[in-house]
Design a protein around this ligand. Sequence first.
Ligand code: SF4
Ligand code: SF4
Length: 341
Amino acid sequence: MEQGIIKKNDVKIIISALRKNYIVYGPVKRNEGVIFTELTPDKEIIFDYHNSKLSPKSLFFPQCEVIGTFDDKTLHEVTPSKNEFVVFGMRPCDARSLQLMDMVFDSVDIKDPYYLQKRENAIIVTVACNDPQDTCFCTSFGGSPTEKEGSDIIVFDMGDSLLFEVCTNKGKLCLEKFSNIFRKAEKADLIKRNQQKTIAEKKVPVMNYTGLEERLSRNIDLPVWESIAQRCLSCGVCTFLCPTCHCFALFDEGIGSEGMRMKVWDSCQYPSFTLEASGHNPHGLNSERMKQRIMHKYNYFVQNFGETACVGCGRCVSYCPVNIDIREIMSNIVLYENKDS
Ligand code: SF4
Ligand code: SF4
């Protein structure tokens, strides 16, 4: 089955059947906002949300992950979990961000077994966006509200029904088990899906960041770092919520000679991020750290992997406590050269 339609209420049947073989995660409403959590009979998946506050990257790259234990003689590696899981309801920008994370954690030189095992264990069921927010800019960096890249299955919310489309063989094998509850998608369904796609894509603000990588290479010391960074609190929210930020530190924690080795998220926006043992800090100023974050996303990552490390999810725009807007920074970079030409 490549495509199929079910009544929206029947998604419960699929989720409950999936739970027999997989841990199923999905977006649920909490007081602090929408978060991805394990779906249990008392936690219902929601469809009427823009995006989760925390990106689902933590299901693959947890904020804190124990990778070893030690005693006074030996470090014992923790074996990566083989638990298979389904992430149901991820947005297309977040599914795409996993492919960017793959470039880091599954590179020629470095393979992170913890991340890779989770990628292998997971089935990604994306739900396309019908109503992008004004902070979204996925189309400026190769994505779209209905992008399939990174998904095993994509679902279109058609009001009372859901249209499922298979994107990979893994998705096909998963959906085949439920072929009896789907009806075939008719021409009218596909026309409706296409109309929804067009409407959603038109809602995403169009930005022009042409030549951003080259412009950054030519003008690494821009006035914008100083002016914008004056407001920055170095809180790290922008990096922690970002689905593509992947910096981490290794910590040992224990009592006496026994303890645990952990992989813990770090942030280039923290003053201690590049603090050296000598006391020297190459990124001691806010402006230097802001420059590092922008250069990494839109210049260094492009040079290393041929892609921008931003999927335009808009989280850093929505949740920065002092309203620093990454789109404003990029526009400033583009305008910096244009004003002289
Ligand atoms: S969220 Fe805003 S204030 Fe906090 S580190 Fe990022 S840019 Fe600075
Ligand atoms: S930099 Fe901002 S807009 Fe881009 S992926 Fe990260 S959080 Fe989303």
